[in-house]
Write a protein that binds this ligand. Structure first.
Ligand SMILES: *Cc1c(COP(=O)(O)O)cnc(C)c1O
Length: 379
């Protein structure tokens, strides 16, 4: 009999989710509003523990789109975006008719390289169009260098949209991810550290901005007995059912962070004596990653490459995945601007995301270790 599949990162329910969903059914709150929506927002605000406001939405992508709208991005504006990321960080720029400028990674966090960001800003200014926003990602849960990006943001007066879709539970210098951007984004898609099946959140610095986000996400209905519209609206609010899942998941978030970090330490132990396998790690004690995914980089001098490693796992019915393919390498963005030294190209080529679910069993760890032990003999 074939071994059961080990997934890269699968949903992991905590147990309380059904209670909140049942409440929604009992009270007939089957709508994109209700007590779970408000409760989930409150839970996230409490967790992030800063002076912020949360609007829960239908997806992280919707949150990024609304962030650009709230910042007043217009057609043909430049928006700086980390190149090494999931396409959802960048696509909303195109929804706006704006123009992405992709920026390379730096080696410590794999996130925005501050020098390349400054080059991109100067380029925009030289064209008479200072970029309207900087989309900074905390990729795989690793916080970006928030101090350095904030310094640039202040120097040039360009707001930061923090894409922490993968970084709920991470922090930088003791401050939680989700609180660094002028606007910040979380995702609760099925593969993230906690999930609402599909969903996201926009995190804002004041109540007025939150009200505006909620207004736009619920079809921009003006205050009138009939349907009156002064603005173009969106149907981006989170369902009260999904928010019920979110409330249950918030009860186990601390455990999920622990479990993901334990995965990382499991891999750290395995790779510690192998010069060809380098685990992506926190660069210093300033960084606390939720280690949403654990990623290994294969040294180019190794006899096996990341594709071979992925194949070996696949043969044992274990899912792994290449590192995100940078946006500047994507066919859909082949003509886009790019600043940097192509470090992210190599991270993509040599990297592999390893099974990182919070629900991995002891038996799963044994199977993963077996594959790696075989591979070490080949390398
Ligand atoms: C998942 C993800 C998103 C999009 O979130 P959805 O909720 O899936 O729309 C955006 N950016 C990054 C980096 C992501 O990983």
């Amino acid at each position: 009999m074939k071994n059961e599949k080990i997934w890269l990162s699968s949903p992991h329910m905590g147990g309380a989710e059904m209670k909140y969903i049942q409440q929604a059914f009992d009270e007939n709150w089957i709508a994109p509003q209700g007590p779970n929506v408000n409760g989930f927002e409150h839970d996230i605000e409490k967790f992030l523990n800063e002076d912020i406001y949360v609007a829960v939405l239908s997806s992280g992508t919707a949150a990024l789109h609304l962030a650009l709208i709230l910042l007043g991005v217009e057609k043909d504006d430049f928006v700086i975006c980390q190149s090494l990321t999931f396409s959802a960080s960048a696509n909303p720029i195109v929804y706006m008719g704006a123009v992405p400028i992709f920026v390379d990674s730096e080696k410590d966090t794999w996130n925005l390289c501050p020098n390349a960001v400054e080059d991109a800003i100067k380029y925009g200014i030289s064209k008479g169009k200072k970029p309207k926003a900087i989309i900074a990602v905390s990729l795989y849960g690793m916080p970006y260098k928030a101090d350095e990006i904030k310094a640039l943001s202040e120097k040039y007066e360009i707001p930061v949209i923090e894409d922490s879709a993968e970084a709920l539970g991470s922090s930088y210098k003791g401050q939680k991810c989700g609180t660094f951007g002028d606007l910040s984004v979380l995702s609760f898609n099925g593969n993230k550290i906690i999930t609402t099946s599909g969903g996201g959140a926009l995190i804002l610095k004041d109540m007025e901005f939150k009200n505006k986000a909620v207004f736009l996400s619920t079809q921009a209905k003006d205050d009138a007995p009939h349907y009156e519209h002064t603005y173009i609206g969106y149907n981006y609010r989170m369902s009260n059912i999904c928010a019920g899942i979110g409330r249950g998941q918030m009860e186990v978030l601390a455990e999920r962070i622990d479990q993901r970090r334990k995965n990382h330490f499991f891999y750290k132990e395995i790779f510690k004596d192998h010069p060809h396998f380098k685990l992506h790690m926190e660069p210093s004690s300033d960084f606390f990653s939720n280690h949403w995914l654990s990623i290994v980089q294969l040294d180019p001098s190794s006899k096996i490459d990341s594709a071979q490693l992925r194949h070996n796992f696949h043969q044992q019915n274990i899912e792994t995945r290449p590192v995100w393919k940078p946006m500047h390498m994507q066919p859909v963005f082949r003509d886009a601007l790019f600043f940097g030294s192509h470090l992210s190209d190599n991270l993509f080529r040599n990297g592999l995301c390893l099974p990182s679910g919070s629900n991995l069993s002891d038996k799963d760890f044994v199977r993963i270790k077996e594959v790696l032990s075989e591979v070490f003999l080949l390398s």
